[in-house]
Design a binder for this molecule. Structure first.
Ligand SMILES: Cc1ncc(COP(=O)(O)O)c(C=O)c1O
Length: 392
């Protein structure tokens, strides 16, 4: 086999797929004179709600904002414990601190990278008030037993579905299952609004709080105040935040939403080829399908670099790919291994599976506009880096 040569251009690990429709819609907003929250944000929230099949959808400027307001809307109080995964982006836990509550972490399963009913149960206490399963890489957690556990303990379930727009659990769309579900539209995610997020749900009791919290605690948004049919008066009910989504963002989202299922199908096709290429390579750990019926959103293709079988570690593997002009990412360093969480008393050794994963996980390029040739390059480069670094 001839050696794989460095690519002439850099292949990023992720790239948003933006069409002329998105560009024209943003230009339309710019020309219209209405840039902030307005008619397009309303249309986008309505379209997203219909896509998910839930009762409400509250648009925000990020999923981080969504998690923050969801915890508060769920009634988080100081000293309440909010349990989430040790393997997530830090904002899932940081926002627990923002809400004034106590973050509690649960270990994951190495096979799925998700928390399980058992790992959650292991860290429950009488102070557990909210449970935040993270659908890692777009694979739905086992929600039925998680909901059962939560109900037994009177805990509220807020799903972190930042990776999981379009995912399904036992035929139900993510967004219709827990008490509230938070989605992200960051540019790396399965669909984007530039930056953005959405809190979706079926239980209307949270909706008003979410809306108030996302915009100053104001009982009318700017659109209702300044549009032809609005009135200029408003009242502040609670000290809310400035987390509203702009019409410029919603303009992108309106067109991304039409394409999300096609984007996810393309991701699944690419992942199938990765599995075919890598399943015989024991130095790469791939996630396994859980036995329950599900539709994976494949936000990430993130194998584990089994450094115990290689002469290089994960970072060495990433560096070798970078030298071949192939981009990678780390999603994520386990939450408790960040200095902030060490200061809060967490330490290495508490969540061995999350630590094993945190030291080895690498995101390989995966995005809908990736070509067959791009993927062949990644496969050839990965195989070459592994073959050169076997631990003989
Ligand atoms: C699991 C998870 N939760 C929350 C977030 C926060 O999303 P956003 O960037 O929209 O605030 C991310 C983003 O990377 C994430 O991966």
């Amino acid at each position: 086999m001839t050696a794989f040569q460095k690519r002439s251009d850099y292949l990023p690990f992720s790239k948003p797929t933006i069409g002329d429709e998105e560009i024209a819609e943003v230009a339309d907003s710019m020309r219209s004179g209405w840039l902030t929250t307005g008619p397009k944000t309303q249309r986008f929230a309505e379209a997203f709600k219909n896509y998910i099949g839930c009762k409400y959808a509250v648009p925000l400027n990020s999923a981080t904002a969504g998690l923050h307001v969801a915890y508060i809307a769920a009634g988080a109080r100081p000293f309440d414990e909010i349990v989430t995964s040790a393997m997530t982006f830090a904002s899932t836990a940081n926002t627990i601190l923002h809400a004034g509550a106590k973050p509690v972490l649960a270990d994951i399963e190495v096979e799925t990278l998700n928390v399980s009913p058992d790992t959650l149960k292991a860290v429950f206490s009488p102070a557990t008030r909210i449970i935040v399963p993270v659908h890692f890489a777009g694979l739905p957690c086992d929600m039925d037993p998680i909901l059962k556990l939560a109900r037994e303990r009177n805990a509220i379930v807020i799903e972190d579905a930042a990776h999981a727009v379009g995912a399904q659990y036992k035929g139900r769309k993510i967004g219709t299952i827990g008490d509230m579900t938070v989605f992200s539209f960051h540019p790396n995610k399965n669909m984007t609004t530039g930056e953005g997020g959405m809190v979706a749900g079926n239980d209307e009791q949270y909706r008003e709080q979410l809306e108030l919290l996302s915009f100053h605690g104001m009982n009318k948004n700017a659109w209702k105040r300044f549009s032809a049919t609005g009135t200029p008066h408003y009242a502040i009910d609670i000290p809310g935040f400035k987390y509203n989504m702009l019409d410029i963002q919603a303009a992108i989202g309106l067109h991304q939403l039409v394409k999300i299922d096609a984007f996810n199908r393309r991701r699944a096709e690419l992942v199938k080829r990765y599995y075919e290429a890598f399943s015989g390579i024991e130095e790469l750990g791939l996630t396994k399908k859980p036995s329950y019926e599900h539709l994976h959103a494949w936000h990430l293709f993130a194998p584990l670099v089994r450094s115990e079988k290689l002469k290089i570690d994960r970072d060495g593997f990433m560096q070798a790919l970078k030298e071949l002009n192939i981009g990678t990412g780390v999603h994520y360093r386990a939450v408790h291994m960040h200095p902030l969480y060490e200061k809060l008393g967490f330490r290495r050794g508490q969540f061995p599976k999350a630590e094993y994963v945190s030291d080895r996980i690498v995101s390989l390029p995966l995005f809908p506009s990736m070509t067959e040739k791009d993927q062949e390059d990644v496969i050839a480069a990965v195989k070459q880096v592994i073959a050169k670094n076997l631990n003989k």
